[in-house]
Design a protein. Sequence first.
Length: 379
Amino acid sequence: MAKKDKGKGKSHKHGEKVRVAFRRNRAKPARTKDWTHLEGPNEDQADALPHVESVVAKGDLSRKRTIIHQNPADAKGDRDGVVVAMRGLIAEVDDGERVWPCTVRRILRTRKIAERNPVTVGDRVRFSTEGVAEGVVSEGVIETVADRHGVITRVAGRRMHVVAANVDQAIIVASVGIPALKAHLIDRYIVATLHGEVTPIICINKTDVDETDEAAPVLALYRDLGYRALATSTVNGAGIDELRELLHGKCTAVAGQSGVGKSSLLNAVDPNLNLRVGEVIEETLKGRHTTTTAQLLPVSGGGYVVDTPGVKSFDLSAVPLGEIEAHFVEFGEHIPNCRFADCTHTHETNCAIKQAVDEGNITEQRYDSYVRMLQERMA
Ligand SMILES: Nc1nc2c(ncn2[C@@H]2O[C@H](COP(=O)(O)OP(=O)(O)OP(=O)(O)O)[C@@H](O)[C@H]2O)c(=O)[nH]1
Ligand SMILES: [Mg+2]
Ligand SMILES: [Zn+2]
């Protein structure tokens, strides 16, 4: 597959054209490679799917959608791909050539019922396209899903929803101005992220309107805890280069309240992403949920991002109660010194955590966050 000039691709605007071009691409015969070693609906085998890394720019219209190397169908018409978006029950799967709308094999839906969604954005899947008509709602059927690492989970009502899978790190975006900076919310995102085995990175956006330098102490706090924390502005460009560097070669989910500027940040990092951003609405002081579904996108320079929709409240019921303390890194060294092995660090006497708070070794803010999360779960 001949590589084309990447710069050339970047000079073109995206839009509806992207999809049209992919449909045209279909005409390409692509059944040369031997994938028989991956045959069969076996999850262990599916796990051996080639690791998706390289972004091969194949010309002007494919940059946004080309997320895996060339990956022709095997003799049975099965292909490997990555789920780039979910539209209801339809998974949009990119096999490196084009995006295929796929349904999920019933057996797979049943097997993964506990997880609520058997397939989510970022999943590596094997799907069959044989005997499926072109241009209909679904053109393929997902047969297997590779084991996941790094998941972003959220609870919708009473059901667990995996927003994104195979994520290495999450940029937790908060903002100064509107919406206002809420450290407690950052702590909640950190706990949720660590629970999913994803590395959190804290980002405080809209620093161009930070007249009182509100971001600085918050950034300092998280840096002290050992987290990467950056200040950004899509208006004056602060921190954008640093953010771009952080995304390089990784799969990064971008999470945070609606209106903090997640999509704006991604557009600043890579203008070709051309994501929809919200309008400024001063009256309501609330985000408008401009991004409505998570989608996986390659960023120029290498790496992938999952832009996620903001949520109003962030439910932590996916995290077992006893696990919460483990996600407050600074608690770790003190916990063994609590008098009671099952100390919850709330009402107990001789609690090393409370003592550390008194002595200023754990901040009030972090301790309050912990207590709030615990109380909420016990209510
Ligand atoms: N002042 C200022 N405004 C910004 C900045 N970044 C984004 N905004 C504005 O914030 C608003 C929300 O931006 P979005 O990028 O849509 O926010 P989002 O986090 O993607 O929101 P959802 O998709 O609803 O979750 C828009 O009006 C942006 O113009 C910034 O650095 N400074
Ligand atoms: Mg958005
Ligand atoms: Zn304790």
